[in-house]
Design a protein around this ligand. Sequence first.
Ligand SMILES: [Zn+2]
Length: 410
Amino acid sequence: MAFDIALKNGNIFNGKEFIGKSNIYINNGKIVKVSKEELDAKQEIDAMDMFVMPGLIDAHMHISGIKGGSLLKLMFERPEYRTIRATKWLEKLLLAGFTTVRDCGDPISISLAKAVKEGIIKGPNVIAAGRPITQTFGHGELSHDIPLEVSETTGFSEICDGTESCIHAARKVLREGSDFIKIFATGGVLSQRDKPENPQLTYDEIKVIVNEAEKVGTYVAAHAHGDKGARIAIEAGIKTLEHGTLLQDETLKLMIEKKVTLTPTLSIQEVIYRHGKEIGVDEWGLEKIAMVRDSISSVVKKAKDYGITIITGTDLGFETGLEDIDIGKNWMEIVLLIEIGGLTPVEALRAATYNSSIAININSGLIDSGKEADLIIINGNPLEDIKDISKVSYVIKDGKIEVEERKIKN
Ligand SMILES: [Zn+2]
């Protein structure tokens, strides 16, 4: 029996480590054999002298965002228009070697996930949070000057206060089709008047949301900058901690004990810090960024030393038009984990593949038999020069060649 696809002679990073030259055999969308043996296949790709690794994962995005850095613009664009723009973002992500993105809060992401799955549009597989859950006067409201009734009808977040209301909110977003639940456990940078260091939602509120998620076999991801809010969320049972910019030692240790992963989202912090004004970030965002950006480097270094699982998430939800950080250049998070977070190239590639796949619960991110055939071929060697991660020439997703020589296949 011939295999569907054989990917031959590539230098393989399997998601955990570099394993050298080998062949990968694919059948029915799955990797069925990784071996030096020469076997026949209906289609062969010669990856001689090229670098082969699992498809990249961006585990924190908002894929139906806007152009420019003012999130308030979300309120003045029709969802239909943002959906059309998002389809272009998804194509760019696929071309850049991303085979999965986890959307951490965006009502449209559920439909985009379905459209990719059904083959209506091209893109990475989408794991969608749908609408995130926020408290009144929380990060998920974006503006705190608009009347509350208006805020409640924007539909960007589900607003809840008190345990009963939070149970209802969790059930509502799960009913809408969320793959996991995203909550805001502290204030944030791009929302108007709440502070990143202040906790949001109580232990009891988060606990009931975690309980509803676990009942249907999923988990909660928590946005948290401040140490106190992060700690409350971890104690209440969340599984992935997003940002974590102000985490203290005791909380980092607790993350190990509770097996919570960290998504440092360095890209969003860098883009606002370096280019915030230029791309139109609202004044409050510009004021709040320095504090969270200053501390994240030491947090990531400590997290690495403690052995916390670190994953890649850019938190991009807007097109910047910039040379360094933009939609379709999401591999910058890998570069920044090395430059700012002190990870080695192997650790950074592991964050973007194996670590992320385990954290977001998908069966790819590792080149091994039984795993989904989500693979990329790179014309270069990112372990020698990490910027080579941008030189993706083939993308295979679910066992299908989606990109060949950097062109999306029809
Ligand atoms: Zn986010």
